[in-house]
Design a protein around this ligand. Structure first.
Ligand code: CUK
Ligand code: CUA
Length: 755
């Protein structure tokens, strides 16, 4: 041991001098690697240019990370309980999760595919985020004011979906299209009646921005043939008011491998073409308003027949097994990939509109829907490679990027001229790809992420289930350059949405006593000093607060069998001063961010002395942030005792010692305060908030000093010493904040202001 230490010490000097070239040699890095590192490395304290909201597939969550650093910042739970943030563990968020129950069944997961940011004029505005659940047809609404899920809506007619979420240019509607055909309303019909009874649909969820919620009563759907609708995009610019949904299995094959028939995969890819659905959603909304819809499960549905009569639904052939329908930033073209084709097809909106206006149809489908002539409305086809899937756009005009699943490549091309410009290999089997704001009316350029399905050998092995791989690509030059690999350890992300980071302006703290799930004042919030325990027969309700470093109340008594509720409000104003709350064996976890009120209810069915405590390391005395729920056994005969329960007895000497310490601490605080006041601290908003918090703590200290002095007057050294200690605790918190402020001011070059 001693020898090893000696050797270690002896060599420290040699390693300390390791220079850049030594490190490159030791780690086998090339100049290209260094350049990539310089483009992505974000020094301590640095921020990212873009935020990414990535789906997490089967995890039912959204993953938030930064670009170019690829550092993960948060997971936002949507369809799945998540204990850190209390989602599904406090009563307020349980109500949101339960909104997602379907036909009386509790569902606690989701297969999330496509997140969409709310848009204004076709550009992401950083206010809301939507995501779909393919397995259980639902849409989640997340507020970017606090990155919390606010609402889940269940599709009233679909049993399976995929083409969501995509928003119209001013987030009038959030679009969700069906995937596997079903009987609308989730009813039954034999598969032998597939063509007659099974249907697809696309749902337009009305978004009420003033409430930050979807309004199901003003939402509607359009009935579609059972063609297995796939992905959707909303038109913009000249194509605003329309939406485009592709499909596969227009063969309407129904499988039956167990009866010796070829499987779905054979029957669904037999024909050379499927259909792009072209829908005038603005006119559809008018038809619904005019009462031309039918009701299924109380939801407005525009029947195919009506859509055809009113001229709002058209089909266009698209190449074999299409995937991805992406509208160009200017809204002039729709680009469709074909999984079993080598081309992307670029459709011209101008030509589509002209054909519709002139009623020039090539034919009709079995449901009477006009089919436009593909050749007539195509702008061009670009041969990219095997398995083109999804398309994103650059800030430079006419430049698009399409993922090639089979080739494991990204192709860069000019869709106006129909010319391939560059290709880059990725690892492995890319699904979606995402350029910065690359699906909006004004893409941001700079970077692109390849969302790869497989990682295979790219990372340290972690068992048979591998992470996925998001690869960051620099697209600022003519040639695409691979910069970074990021393992995604949460689920299969499918799609992600990105936004310039400075457009997102979340809250630092809630308004005091907010129920974050409704965004409204919680009726159960109390201010410090007004905490209470309300007892009713069979019921104990606690209205409490949390602040560094205690809960009020601390000791709560209940009888075996009582229904116990804790409503806790975090009384902090300080940034990042979150508390947690759990009762041993009885509850999950509450996450109490500054200003938030959250609740937990349970039946105290087992007697015992159960500790509760704060689950976030919030201060030096975080471990002491504790209390007891005393669940008294049935039939217990109380032994009343007036004996002091404190285990330690304090004397005047103890009191004096603490009192002296406090006076000395106050002197230190005074010097720090003097220093802060001598600077231009008011120019720093972070500091102003911290000073506010310190003032809070000093006021609490003053209050505790009053109680200390009162006890001393009565020569109650027991209470006096304890209150003196509490006074000191507040001083320590104030001093802690004061020192944080001092460091901040020094690091940010605060100036001394003459008085
Ligand atoms: S889908 Cu997964 S790669 Cu759900 Cu958008 Cu194409
Ligand atoms: Cu509050 Cu730990």
């Amino acid at each position: 041991m001693a020898l090893a230490t000696l050797i270690g010490m002896g060599t420290v000097g040699a390693f300390a001098a390791e220079g850049l070239e030594d490190v490159m040699k030791r780690r086998g890095l090339s100049q290209k690697d260094l350049l990539a590192a310089a483009k992505t490395y974000t020094p301590t304290g640095g921020r990212d240019e873009f935020l990414v909201f990535s789906s997490s597939g089967q995890a039912g969550q959204i993953m938030v990370y930064g670009i170019p650093s690829m550092r993960i910042l948060k997971y936002v739970s949507v369809f799945t309980p998540e204990p850190w943030q209390g989602f599904g563990f406090d009563e307020e968020s349980k109500k949101i999760l339960r909104q997602g129950d379907i036909d009386g069944r509790e569902i606690n997961w989701g297969d999330t595919h496509h997140p969409a940011l709310s848009e204004t004029d076709g550009k992401p505005d950083g206010e809301y985020l939507f995501i779909n659940d393919k397995a259980n047809p639902r849409v989640g609404v997340v507020s970017l004011h606090d990155f919390e899920t606010q609402q889940i809506v269940v599709n009233p007619i679909l049993q399976s979906e995929h083409g969501g979420t995509f928003v119209t240019p001013n987030t009038e509607y959030v679009i969700e299209a069906a995937q596997y055909p079903g009987v609308l309303g989730r009813g039954y019909a034999p598969l032998s009646e597939f063509n007659e009874k099974f249907r697809g649909a696309v749902t337009y969820w009305k978004f009420d921005r003033s409430k930050g919620r979807i309004d199901p009563a003003k939402s509607f759907s359009l009935e579609l043939p059972p063609y297995t609708q796939d992905l959707t995009d909303a038109g913009k610019g000249p194509s605003d008011g329309w939406s485009f949904t592709n499909s596969f299995c227009a063969e309407r094959y129904v499988g039956g491998i167990e009866q010796g028939k070829p499987p779905f995969e054979a029957g669904c890819s037999a024909n050379d073409a499927d259909y792009l659905h072209v829908i005038n959603w603005k006119k559809a909304a008018e038809l619904v308003a005019a009462g031309k819809s039918v009701k299924i499960n109380g939801h407005d549905v525009v029947p195919i027949k009506t859509a055809v009569e009113e001229g709002i639904l058209f089909l266009i052939a698209e190449p074999k097994s299409p995937h991805g329908a992406d509208v160009t930033p200017d809204g002039k073209y729709i680009i469709v990939g074909g999984k079993l084709d080598t081309n992307v097809s670029v459709y011209s909106w101008e030509k589509i509109k002209a054909a519709i206006d002139a009623k020039q149809y090539a034919s009709k489908d079995p449901y009477g829907i006009p089919i436009l002539d593909m050749k007539q409305v195509l702008h061009t086809q670009v041969q990219l490679g095997l398995g083109p899937l999804h398309t994103q756009f650059d800030s430079k005009p006419c430049i698009a990027y399409t993922s090639l699943y089979v080739d494991s490549q990204v192709a860069k091309y000019d869709y106006c001229a129909g010319k391939v410009l560059d290709k880059i290999s990725v690892h492995y089997n890319i699904g979606h790809l995402m350029a910065m704001e690359g699906d909006s009316a004004a893409p941001g350029g700079h970077y692109l992420v390849a969302l790869n399905k497989l990682a295979i050998d790219r990372f340290n092995p972690v068992g048979p289930l591998h992470p996925q791989n998001h690869q960051l690509i620099d697209i600022s030059g003519d040639k695409m350059e691979l910069l970074y690999d990021m393992p995604v350890p949460l689920g299969e992300p499918h799609y992600a949405a990105s936004i310039a980071a400075d457009k997102v302006k979340p809250l630092i703290r809630y308004k005091y006593g907010t129920d974050s799930r409704t965004g409204q004042a919680s009726p159960d919030a109390v201010r410090p000093g007004s905490e209470k325990i309300v007892r009713e027969p069979g019921k104990v309700t606690v209205y409490g607060t949390a602040i560094r470093s205690h809960f009020t109340p601390e000791i709560v008594e209940a009888n075996e069998g009582d229904i116990v509720t804790f409503h806790i409000t975090n009384a902090e104003r300080a940034e990042d001063e979150t508390h947690g709350f759990t009762v041993s064996t009885y509850s999950g976890n509450l996450s109490l961010e500054p200003g938030k009120t959250a609740s937990v209810t349970f039946k105290a069915d087992r007697p015992g002395a159960f500790s509760f405590y704060c689950t976030e390391f919030c201060s030096a005395l975080h471990l002491e942030m504790e209390g007891y729920l005393m669940v008294k056994p049935k039939g217990l005969v109380e032994q009343t005792s007036t004996k002091a329960t404190d285990s330690t007895v304090y004397t005047k000497a103890d009191f004096d010692k603490q009192y002296t310490t406090n006076l000395e601490t106050q002197k230190v605080i005074d010097t720090v305060v003097k220093y802060i006041m001598s600077t231009n601290y008011k120019d720093f908003p972070t500091v102003v908030a911290l000073v506010e918090d310190a003032v809070d703590q000093l006021n609490f200290a003053k209050d505790a000093k009053g109680k200390t002095d009162e006890a001393a007057k009565k020569e109650d050294w027991q209470q006096g010493t304890l209150w003196a200690n509490q006074w000191w605790q507040y001083q320590v918190k104030a001093a802690d904040i004061g020192l944080r402020v001092k460091t901040y001011l020094e690091e940010h070059g605060a100036k001394t202001v003459a008085k």
